[in-house]
Ligand binder design. Structure first.
Ligand SMILES: O=P(O)(O)OC[C@H]1O[C@](O)(COP(=O)(O)O)[C@@H](O)[C@@H]1O
Ligand SMILES: [Mn+2]
Length: 658
């Protein structure tokens, strides 16, 4: 309680008077204080962390729907042995995919009215548990409008008296009689899904490799509470959407590499015809051996060959556009990536860091050895058309704005520091000083400066030098050595396509990626971000955890988690699993690993859930409450202000309003 003496300083008075417009008298201020104090004592909401989704919308969506296995566990905890395991499975499937499951039930179930009744009672039970740690007002906000009142009644039912029991049974009857059961069940299932995850954190790399990044972006755009830490693949798309030609080429190269043209053409309405026609003509007799698309997509021979040609055409354009950036930005110090001018067109070799290697492909009809970084007229035409499609794609621009709006380079949330890649570090574990746009930065300040540039590159006026400069920097963040999102000495894309000697494919990582295994190093990073080194954690993605080789996602004695578990199918043979979710609930932290997801169809028809297992736990002794969280701190500040207002009312400093 505030125990001041006399009046308040002028500034404070101004603020309290404003506050008194909202809490007009002693009663309303006191009520609000009581409410806020009650919230402080509730268990903290559950946070889920995922990363490196790489276009795998179906498994990502499933993991959201089943709350990384939490809902299934809750069903078991609530119903225990009182339900058969097949019934529990069926209930779980209903909660994850209510519309589809209802349709199936309508076909198969003979006693539909009875099924509705039993199901509604079960759903109410689950809903009660998942909503129990939120305030009524928060649950109310999550309720679909049309059923808000009824659901609230049902949630706060405690059938102590016979009368009440009849009342609730009557509600359920009426819902069924009025033919509203389906809609009502869908509403309840969505509510359970929504309440199971209070805050979602995406630690980057939503895009590339997998087929449906656009669908993931649609889900995130409408998600009730999410923050995104940009990954290198996300910023590649952000730069491409801003109009950076080198990144447009990169994005298209990766889409053709994984034969994911649907995202480009269907989701984003980007016309690839100019590229396809050009590639079919220019590389007509070329089998484009090195550019055959990856993945298990079934393609006709015709499509397969066409995509390979497009893949090669856009890759050559990429190296040209990148070469132009490297030449106009000597400050990037990326001259070792200028390889087109190191090709010996007679000998069929290339010089990489002074060593000569044979090239496995020498058909370069568009490269002029005297001016290898210049686009041909035709390439320029393709570039112009494709670029215009990117900057004018309404859907892409909308998704990129979501990335800007909900995303950032790093986030600090409830004492956890989240970022996709790494913080540039010296070999001795100190943070590396980086020169960025002519100024020197370290650690957090560097990431802040990068973030400003990321925003400027997109939002600044088109056709200005400032915007162009920022777009070049966005490209640097995709593949530059000192990029916190990339953090490897070089991206050896050219070598991977054209040099068979695998030693040239190596991409040496910044010391951060090994030093982060040490607790003291993580503590140092946490401190540099203003966090308590003994109680905070770092959460990273970006580098797949090679579980098959015995690598652990938990590093530095539990100070750091790497949660790139391989949502991406292409990386599952490396990781041996199909993704992680880190869960931070009121009991502590839990890391859950997921088995591969088969398909949404089988998840519904055969009730196949993702098998998830707990790989690590960090449980606290006392339950973590809202007062221990960031929101709790804000609430405590509000309470302090309200107590001052109360004091002002009680001591005649501010007049009560009616
Ligand atoms: O496996 P792919 O698709 O060939 O990609 C390899 C490239 O992807 C990268 O690993 C970057 O992607 P990630 O951020 O997903 O690691 C590069 O370092 C590497 O050159
Ligand atoms: Mn990455």
């Amino acid at each position: 309680m505030y125990s001041g003496s006399g009046s308040f300083p002028a500034e404070e008075m101004k603020y309290l008077k404003l506050l008194s417009n909202q809490y007009k008298n002693i009663n309303s201020a006191a009520t609000e204080i009581i409410n806020l104090k009650a919230i402080l004592n509730l268990p903290k909401g559950t946070e889920h962390f995922v990363s490196d989704i790489h276009g795998e919308a179906d498994s990502f969506s499933h993991v959201l729907r089943n709350a990384s296995g939490v809902i299934k566990n809750q069903i078991s905890a609530i119903f225990g042995e009182s339900l058969r395991s097949s019934e529990k499975k069926s209930l779980a499937t209903l909660i994850y995919y209510p519309e589809q499951k209802l349709e199936k039930m309508a076909e198969a179930e003979e006693e539909m009215a009875e099924w509705y009744k039993i199901t509604l009672h079960r759903l109410v039970k689950i809903c009660k548990v998942v909503s129990s740690k939120y305030t009524r007002s928060k649950v109310r906000k999550a309720l679909p409008k049309e059923f808000a009142y009824i659901i609230e009644e049902l949630l706060h039912e405690n059938s102590a008296s016979v009368d009440k029991d009849m009342y609730y049974t009557e509600i359920i009857h009426t819902i069924i009689d009025l033919g509203q059961a389906d809609r009502f069940i869908v509403a309840m299932c969505n509510l359970i899904q929504r309440l199971a995850i209070d805050q979602l954190h995406v630690i980057g790399d939503i895009y590339d490799r997998g087929p449906h990044a656009a669908r993931i972006m649609d889900i995130l755009a409408h998600y009730h509470s999410v923050d995104i830490q940009w990954g290198n693949h996300d910023i590649a798309w952000m730069g491409a959407a801003a109009g950076c030609q080198a990144l447009i080429c990169n994005v298209l190269r990766i889409q053709t590499r994984y034969a994911n043209l649907d995202t480009i053409e269907e989701d984003y309405g980007i016309n690839l015809l100019p590229l396809a026609t050009f590639a079919m003509d220019k590389y007509a007799g070329d089998p484009c051996e090195q550019f055959k698309p990856k993945g298990d997509e079934v393609l006709s021979d015709k499509d397969f060959n066409m995509i390979a040609k497009m893949h090669k055409a856009i890759s050559i354009m990429q190296w040209k556009m990148e070469g132009q950036i490297i030449k106009r930005r000597p400050e990037f110090r990326m001259e070792n990536r200028l390889l087109l001018d190191k090709i010996d067109f007679e000998k069929g070799t290339v010089l990489v860091d002074g060593v000569e290697y044979p090239m496995n492909d020498m058909n370069f009809p568009t490269i002029d050895p005297k001016d290898p970084y210049k686009l041909t007229e035709e390439e320029q035409e393709v570039m112009d058309k494709v670029k215009s499609s990117f900057v004018n794609s309404e859907k892409l621009q909308q998704h990129v704005r979501v990335l800007y709006h909900k995303g950032s380079m790093y986030t600090i949330f409830n004492s956890n520091l989240l970022f996709h890649g790494g913080i540039p570090m010296n070999a001795d574990g100190t943070l590396k000083e980086v020169t960025f746009r002519g100024k020197k930065y370290i650690g957090m300040e560097y990431l802040d400066a990068v973030e400003r540039t990321m925003r400027e590159g997109y939002f600044n006026k088109a056709h200005t030098e400032a915007k162009r400069e920022c777009m070049d920097y966005i490209w640097y963040m995709w593949c530059g050595e000192d990029s916190p999102l990339f953090g490897k000495k070089k991206m050896t894309t050219f070598e991977r396509y054209f040099i068979d000697d695998k030693t040239t494919h190596k991409e040496e990582k910044n010391p951060y990626y090994t030093l982060r295994n040490e607790e003291s190093v993580c503590e140092h990073v946490l401190e540099a971000f203003g966090l308590d080194p003994k109680s905070s954690h770092i959460v990273n993605g970006h580098v797949p955890v090679k579980v098959v080789k015995g690598e652990s996602p938990i590093k530095a004695n539990g100070r750091l988690f790497v949660i790139d578990g391989g949502f991406s199918k292409a990386y599952q043979k490396e990781t041996g699993i199909a993704g992680y979710t880190l869960i931070y609930n009121s009991h502590g932290m839990v890391l859950v690993s997921h088995e591969p997801f088969v398909s949404t169809d089988r998840a519904i028809a055969e009730e196949k859930d993702i098998l998830s297992s707990t790989v690590a736990l960090q449980y606290t002794q006392d339950r973590i409450r809202v007062k221990d969280t960031d929101i709790g701190k804000k609430l405590q500040e509000s309470i302090a202000e309200l107590e001052k207002l109360l004091y002002a009312y009680q001591n005649g400093i501010i007049k009560e309003q009616q």
